[in-house]
Design a protein around this ligand. Structure first.
Ligand SMILES: Nc1ncnc2c1ncn2[C@@H]1O[C@H](COP(=O)(O)OP(=O)(O)OP(=O)(O)O)[C@@H](O)[C@H]1O
Ligand SMILES: [Mg+2]
Length: 283
């Protein structure tokens, strides 16, 4: 059984992409799962983390497929210049790593032109789950990195997912995106009663390990109280602030494969990842 999980928060810069990148790597490399990461943000940070800036630019220059083709398969703009061809789902997947028959790490990259889909969104949300259903048998876990604003792309992510998980950076106004998220989930569930979409939980990311500023402590309490109001679980396991996250992402390495991240940072991330995989039933 494949489980699909969207990382979402209507607030920007909370660690959705960083966690998607590290969790996907962890699930494939440490937990021996077959993993597909889907970049659903026109900013394409996840694609750049996985492929590295140079290879990503080559990918774009060569007009190789991205998630844009999933949404724009029947309409202009046609990035390859020719007339619309039938979509071969496998061709859109960019293969990253395979270690043995069991573990695999693949990516559906994004590109900035995904923003076109936002301009002409009619009926397009269904195209992502249709595309994923053609290839999902190859994977144990599919992780979707969402953009920070609600749109057709969010609906497409929900429509494809069994779970959502919500990275939260404890800081001033941390709770600001959460009521919006609650409303967006409620609305989606009302409109799609045929589908089960569960909240896997809130993952705190970027908390200062020592000398925690008072606004961070306050925001932990605010988020927990809001979460309990909605019946959302909050992970006890926390990904604390560490400069190894941005450095690792820049170099294309999850923190547990860097030689500079401290052992306690790696161990702590493993605890977050194990809790995540267990919660969504991927292990
Ligand atoms: N635990 C952490 N410790 C230190 N830096 C972090 C941590 N998590 C994320 N960052 C950094 O914070 C910035 C924002 O993180 P990220 O891009 O993952 O957030 P996001 O929610 O995906 O943002 P957006 O809403 O723009 O898509 C990045 O520069 C990232 O490297
Ligand atoms: Mg992001």
């Amino acid at each position: 059984m494949t489980v699909t999980v969207s990382l979402i928060n209507m607030k920007g810069g909370v660690g959705k992409t960083t966690l998607a990148f590290n969790l996907a790597w962890y699930a494939a490399w440490q937990a021996n799962l077959r993993v597909l990461a889907v970049d659903l943000d026109p900013q394409s940070n996840l694609s750049q983390y996985f492929m590295g800036a140079e290879k990503y630019v080559e990918h774009l220059k060569a007009s190789r497929p991205t998630v844009v083709e999933v949404f724009e398969q029947f309409s202009a703009p046609n990035l390859s210049g020719g007339s619309a061809k039938p979509l071969i789902a496998e061709n859109i997947v960019h293969h990253l790593h395979a270690w043995d028959d069991d573990s695999l790490l693949d990516l559906v990259p994004a590109r900035l032109e995904l923003a076109w889909t936002l301009k002409n969104p009619t009926e397009k949300a269904q195209l992502l789950p249709q595309f994923l259903s053609k290839i999902s048998h190859k994977y144990d876990l599919i992780l979707i990195d969402c953009p920070p604003t609600e749109s057709i792309l969010t609906t497409a992510a929900y429509r494809s997912s069994r779970f959502v998980t919500v990275p939260v950076r404890p800081e001033f106004l941390a709770t600001i995106g959460l009521p919006l998220l609650a409303r967006s989930l409620d609305e989606f569930r009302l409109m799609h009663q045929d589908q089960t979409l569960e909240m896997a939980g809130i993952i705190f990311n970027g908390l200062r390990r020592s000398n925690t500023p008072p606004e961070q402590t306050q925001s932990l309490a605010d988020v927990e109280s809001l979460a309990s109001k909605h019946g959302w679980p909050v992970f006890n396991e926390i990904a604390h602030h560490s400069d190894s996250y941005p450095s690792g992402s820049r170099q294309g390495d999850p923190i547990f494969r860097t030689d500079y991240a401290r052992d306690y940072v790696k161990d702590e991330f493993s605890e977050v990842a194990e809790r995540f995989l267990n919660t969504v039933g991927a292990k």
